[in-house]
Design a protein around this ligand. Structure first.
Ligand SMILES: [Zn+2]
Length: 180
């Protein structure tokens, strides 16, 4: 018997595996890379990316509903936010984080810089605690006053803090499947 088509309103995606590292199931199925992963796809084995601890792992897709989930070319769910930020390193200044994920952020800023600059970024997630520090991020895109920064290096402590913050956003949104 085939289950009725279900809309995913339950938070984490139906049938997705839990992250083997942190045991939570806020995971996103991601695009297979390379020959072996594509072969794996035929066997219903897919790469997944944990949205909280950033672990990439393999899991079995199960059920028709899961197979129909869109794969997201992005590795992480991104959230619209407005958080004050400062940056230093190869460019220095301040701005507002307008998009945030475990993998990077977009910062609205008046500071002009070319792509490729490596920055340290400090993001104020709460006025109760110190900003989250990104040890190294690279500017991947620059357009109309917004720079896109990919996180290259976070110390574990800061990664955990960012992860907790993102978990709060995920729970608030109740949707990690990347559906539009
Ligand atoms: Zn995890």
């Amino acid at each position: 018997m085939s289950p009725p088509r279900q809309t995913d309103a339950s938070g984490s995606a139906q049938g997705n595996p839990a992250c083997p590292k942190c045991k939570r199931d806020f995971v996103l199925r991601v695009v297979p890379e390379g020959f072996l992963e594509r072969v794996g796809g035929l066997l219903s084995i897919s790469p997944f990316r944990c949205q909280l601890c950033t672990n990439r792992f393999y899991g079995f897709r199960s059920g028709a509903g899961v197979a129909k989930q869109p794969m997201d070319r992005r590795q992480y769910v991104r959230f619209a936010v407005r958080l004050p930020a400062t940056f230093s390193g190869e460019a220095r200044g301040e701005g507002t984080v307008v998009v945030l994920s475990m993998g990077g952020c977009a910062i609205e800023t008046d500071v002009r810089m070319p792509a490729g600059k490596v920055l340290q970024v400090r993001i104020t997630i709460s006025d109760q605690e110190a900003p989250v520090g990104i040890e190294a991020g690279v500017v991947r895109s620059v357009r109309s006053g917004i720079i896109g920064v990919e996180f290259l290096r976070l110390v574990q402590y800061e990664k955990d803090r960012l992860s907790r913050y993102i978990a709060g956003l995920l729970l608030a949104r109740k949707n990690v499947t990347g559906t539009k």
